[in-house]
Design a protein around this ligand. Structure first.
Ligand code: PLP
Length: 402
């Protein structure tokens, strides 16, 4: 599929995704976990495009959501998948809980004692028995960026694993609450299988302790967080999933219930590129700036997490690569995609592709500087189709009252 043809047809900046790669990645989990009862609940926040949700739902995936809005997205894309939704997040409102109770999701991942009380009250009010899991905080350190590490006691997420047993026991007789499972999510972009094994080892120990005390949990949710290689190394993604599965299986040896997984990034990141056009090349003293029509509002990862994305010319020109800063037009010095990056020669009008932009790209895009968010295209086999049109200024102003 020619990115140049897509950019000419749909304009830039443009997100382009490969459906085939997303399905390949989903298949890797199924292959690595063969023989274990499992459900992959795709983390919607990584890329919440309806077409991608629909694609994954059609191939049996469930969903991990963190807001009522994400539930509405799942219902819009694949209403039949409502029973495969797990609802995570530290601050669910009563309205969001009611909505999820009414559609009958698989499980609430409860993150505090207060939330468990709220869930119980809402379930009683609506007369709907509900399944819950406690999201425990296993106090495991995952080597990743501090903004996306979540498994230490100092983080806002989850319930201290030492207090979880007491909470399960407290609601044991509650006729509206069914203790269905236990969940854990220690962070994102984790590159080693060890922290996952460590966290699940602690979770499984608690599950065995609860069983001895008469509380039988039917599912263990291992969360998401499996990382990818943003530096374009020739890492083998299938091997990474196998290592991950080996660590999980070792920790859960003897557990007969169902395993839930919540991968986000791993399924979609490398299936997507952000295609952008060079607006101009500017020389400031000894520094060269390549200014693109995409900016931090379209892809905030470099500014927010000091993240690295490989950037390549779509149609390379001959000549020596030199160090440049690749920046957007937004009025912030933080609006850069790369600094002192070796790039082959580019000229005004050339196309660049920011690679591995399928996760936390469009889903974190904003309208800062009153910029219209990009269009999105999904490539399926030899066909490409628009899955989100570019915003118009009318879309943007529609909600405002001058
Ligand atoms: C963000 C998140 C995920 C997905 O994380 P990835 O690193 O994208 O796999 C899964 N579960 C929960 C609870 C999350 O908050």
């Amino acid at each position: 599929m020619s990115l140049e043809a897509l950019a000419n047809k749909y304009g830039t900046p443009l997100y382009v995704y490969s459906a085939d790669q997303i399905l390949d990645r989903l298949g890797m989990f199924h292959e690595a976990l063969e023989g274990r009862d499992h459900l992959v609940c795709y983390a919607v926040k990584a890329n919440s495009s309806l077409a991608i949700l629909k694609l994954l739902a059609e191939h049996g995936a469930g969903f991990d959501i963190v807001s009522g809005g994400e539930l509405d997205r799942v219902l819009a894309a694949a209403p039949e998948a409502a029973g495969r939704v797990v609802f995570s997040g530290v601050g669910k409102t009563a309205d969001e809980i009611d909505h999820a109770l009414n559609v009958g999701i698989l499980e609430f991942n409860v993150e505090s004692e207060a939330e468990l009380d709220l869930l119980s009250a809402r379930a009683a009010k609506l007369k709907r028995k509900t399944r819950f899991a406690l999201r425990v905080n296993p106090d495991v350190f995952a080597e990743t960026h501090p903004y996306i590490s979540t498994g230490l006691r100092e983080h806002k997420f989850g319930i201290d694993i030492k207090r979880a047993a007491e909470l399960y026991k407290r609601v044991k007789g509650n006729k509206w609450l069914e203790a269905h499972g236990i969940s854990v999510h220690i962070g994102s972009q984790i590159r080693s299988a060890d922290p996952f094994g460590a966290a699940l080892g602690r979770v499984h120990k608690l599950v065995r302790q609860l069983r001895r005390e008469g509380i039988e949990l039917r599912s263990i949710d291992a969360g998401g967080g499996l990382g990818i290689d943003y530096h374009g190394g020739n890492s083998d993604p299938a091997a990474r999933v196998r290592d991950y599965a080996v660590a999980i299986n070792a920790a859960l040896d003897g557990f007969e219930g169902r395993l839930l997984l919540e991968p986000g990034r791993f399924l979609v990141a490398q299936a997507g590129a952000l295609v952008t056009r060079v607006l101009n090349v500017k020389q400031n003293g000894r520094k060269t700036f390549v200014i693109t029509d995409a900016a931090m509002n379209d892809l905030i990862r470099p500014a927010l997490y000091q993240a690295h994305h490989e950037i390549v010319p779509v149609m390379p020109r001959a000549g020596r690569a030199r160090a440049v800063d690749i920046v957007g037009p937004v009025c912030e010095s933080g609006d850069f995609f790369a600094r002192d990056r070796k790039l082959a020669p580019v000229e005004t009008g050339d196309l660049l592709a920011l690679l591995d932009a399928g996760a936390y790209g469009m889903s974190q895009a904003s309208n800062y500087n009153t910029r219209l968010r990009p269009a999105e295209v999904l490539v399926e086999g030899k066909r490409a189709r628009l899955i989100k049109r570019r915003e118009t200024i009318a879309d943007l102003l529609a909600t405002e009252i001058p």
